[in-house]
Design a protein around this ligand. Structure first.
Ligand code: 0O2
Length: 212
């Protein structure tokens, strides 16, 4: 497929990612302006690279012309939270919205992957307006704690380094690290309320609430 064709296909995905980043960042802003703890800490977004789209389609045996009907993570949003509880708050928040419709969800926190991967995944349908008209774009939203994200980034780069064949002894270490991060997330959850109260107190005391 010509590069120009790819650019045309990916334009609405690009718009969806940009719009959703603005919207989720605005949620953070609204919470902070109100002087209230935000369940979302950070918002990241990306459109999958053309080479990754082709590689995933080939791996799954998807015809290149059928990519849009079969690949749901071309547009991706990642929401980073401080605490595991926040993830479920964010899921409820997304489900209540009128501008996106959840079409599927996977809870890899309750059902941890064999690799040790933890995260909450939602596929949502999101409508965009381009000069060519209205299109509904599937967007994968991954919601994770800082700890889950830390683990996933390291494991992902090791997948690249070892070309998808991470040696057994490294996998063992990754599993141990995943277990340690579960303990850490649980420990942090047990002091959840205290941390939230102190953060709100800090924001009010430092008078930075309205500046964020
Ligand atoms: P990238 O580069 O992050 O976009 P599949 O993608 O075929 O494995 P499915 O059903 O499409 O399966 O999606 P799934 O399993 O819900 O998750 C897809 C995405 O979640 C992956 O996208 C990763 O971003 C992340 N993910 C899932 N499992 C793991 C894992 O074990 N380790 C890490 N680090 N990330 C994981 P891509 O397309 O693989 O990669």
């Amino acid at each position: 497929m010509e590069i120009q064709m790819w650019k045309e296909i990916l334009t609405p995905y690009d718009l969806a990612v940009e719009e959703l980043q603005v919207k989720f960042n605005h949620i953070i802003k609204e919470y902070r302006q109100a002087g209230v703890y935000s369940p979302i800490e950070q918002v990241l977004g990306r459109v999958k690279s053309i080479s990754s789209i082709i590689e995933k389609a080939q791996r799954r045996g998807i015809d290149i012309d059928k990519i849009q009907e079969n690949l749901f993570d071309i547009a991706g949003i990642r929401l980073i939270c401080q605490f595991t509880e926040d993830i479920y708050t964010v899921v409820r928040l997304i489900k209540k919205r009128k501008d996106m419709t959840v079409i599927s969800e996977k809870d890899y926190i309750k059902n941890i992957k064999d690799s040790g991967y933890r995260s909450y995944h939602l596929i949502v349908h999101y409508e965009v307006e381009t000069v060519k008209g209205t299109t509904i774009i599937p967007v994968e939203i991954q919601i994770r704690t800082l700890g889950m994200n830390f683990w996933a980034i390291i494991e992902h780069s090791l997948q690249y380094k070892y070309d998808g064949e991470i040696p057994a002894h490294v996998k063992e270490r990754l599993n141990a690290a995943s277990d340690a991060l579960i303990t850490l997330d649980n420990e942090m959850s047990s002091i959840h309320d205290e941390i939230i109260n102190s953060q709100t107190y800090f924001m009010v005391k430092a008078n930075i609430v309205s500046d964020i």
